[in-house]
Design a protein around this ligand. Structure first.
Ligand SMILES: *Cc1c(COP(=O)(O)O)cnc(C)c1O
Length: 383
């Protein structure tokens, strides 16, 4: 009998291979760089050196694979380390199609590293399937997308994107950070690669930075693990422990955060100082139906345009329960200014087209009382 999501968050899959020798209920932190060998060619434990593998990381990788319903998960020192490793799969002459509304750091990675490696990237609105299919060429090796996108919350049809990629012999990679496995499992919809910034919902407490790649394919798993070991981007034992501890409460955290987010989005969309609210859980959202056809929820990320730059800045400086900080997905509610905090490296022309301007705020709704969140944002908006 396959386990339900909430049970997998806490106990993993039934076939979890690695158990602590002392039967510790909370899997221990194996804070060691290296492992002793019994004889030449035989390490006795399956572990050699922590950059390559470590029992705590392996246990956490199994926990992440269990919640994402993946055969494999690979732990990285950050979401960006996982994303970098993915783009290392490609080389000179390869072409990749990406969402144009994308986590800002990915643009910087492309400018500083990926393009230097001779890889060409085309950015399109992947929520428009005509635009997406027109961008695919014979040398296209991957489609890379977020859904919902960061920060504008556009929804892309994962099943159709997978079909399009596979028809061309290309891979589909989906950054699933925003909805997390609680609400979306892109591998089940045809994606080949799922990427997580585990610094966000998976760890969930704003206390660690981590990343994962989840996948089902044996050869890709071997290739990515070799790259992770070679570049040294692997997740530390302590941070692995924090991610695993966070996952135990993933289901309940996300459900309450989503409940808070819906209440807040409804209130904000009626506020005179707010021009528009981008939240996938509002029926007025353009991608509402498509999102529900592939995901079981909306998450807790809201973007909004205020009536003026002054209002946006006032909110940032006047909030007391919300924290003015970048990042998302944790117990603390955060308010972010994408223009200068998360998306400064997006080309100006693209920022204008997407609506990333000086009135845009992004809110990550946390676990505080909804009454306190509402009165805090209201007093900050009204100054
Ligand atoms: C934060 C984030 C990243 C980068 O992850 P880090 O853990 O900060 O390196 C990538 N994608 C999305 C959608 C993110 O929110």
């Amino acid at each position: 009998m396959s386990r339900e999501f909430e049970t997998r968050c806490i106990h993993g899959r039934e076939d979890t291979g690695l158990n602590d020798r002392f039967r510790a209920v909370s899997f221990p932190i194996y804070q060691t760089a290296t492992f002793s060998h019994i004889e030449t060619g035989h390490n006795g434990s399956g572990f050699d050196y922590t950059r390559e593998s470590n029992p705590t990381r392996t246990h956490t990788e199994e926990a992440v694979a269990a919640v994402e319903s993946a055969k494999y998960a690979i732990g990285f020192s950050s979401g960006m380390a996982a994303i970098s490793c993915f783009f290392e799969l490609f080389g000179r002459g390869d072409h990749i199609v990406c969402s144009e509304d994308l986590y800002g750091g990915v643009f910087r990675l492309h400018r500083l590293v990926t393009e230097k490696n001779g890889i060409e990237i085309t950015y399109v609105d992947t929520s428009d399937l005509n635009e997406l299919s027109a961008a695919v060429r014979p040398e296209t090796k991957a489609i890379y997308l977020e859904t919902p996108t960061n920060p504008m919350m556009h929804i892309t049809d994962i099943r159709k994107a997978a079909e399009l990629a596979h028809k061309n012999g290309a891979l589909l990679a989906v950054d699933n950070t925003f909805l997390s496995p609680r609400y979306q499992n892109p591998l089940k919809l045809g994606a080949d690669i799922v990427i997580h910034s585990a610094s966000k919902f998976l760890s969930g407490h704003n206390d660690t930075v981590a990343g994962f790649i989840c996948l089902n394919d044996d050869r890709l798993n071997d290739g990515l693990r070799l790259l992770a070991k070679t570049t040294g981007a692997s997740l530390s034992p302590f941070d692995s422990f924090l991610v695993e501890r966070g996952i135990k409460t993933l289901a309940v955290r996300m459900e309450r955060q989503q409940e808070n987010a819906l209440a807040l989005a409804e209130l904000l969309s009626l506020h005179p100082r707010v021009k528009d609210v981008c939240y996938v859980g509002l029926k007025s959202h353009k991608g509402y139906d498509l999102n529900l056809s592939q995901a079981s929820g909306f998450g807790s990320m809201i973007s909004l345009h205020t009536d003026s730059p002054e209002t946006a800045l006032r909110v940032l400086h006047k909030v007391k329960v919300f924290t003015f900080a970048e990042s998302l997905g944790g117990t603390e509610s955060l308010v972010t200014y994408p223009l200068i905090q998360t998306h400064p490296d997006v080309p100006q022309e693209l920022k204008e087209r997407l609506g990333i301007d000086d009135t845009l705020l992004r809110i990550s709704v946390g676990l505080e009382s909804i009454n306190d969140l509402i009165s805090d944002i209201t007093q900050a908006l009204e100054g």
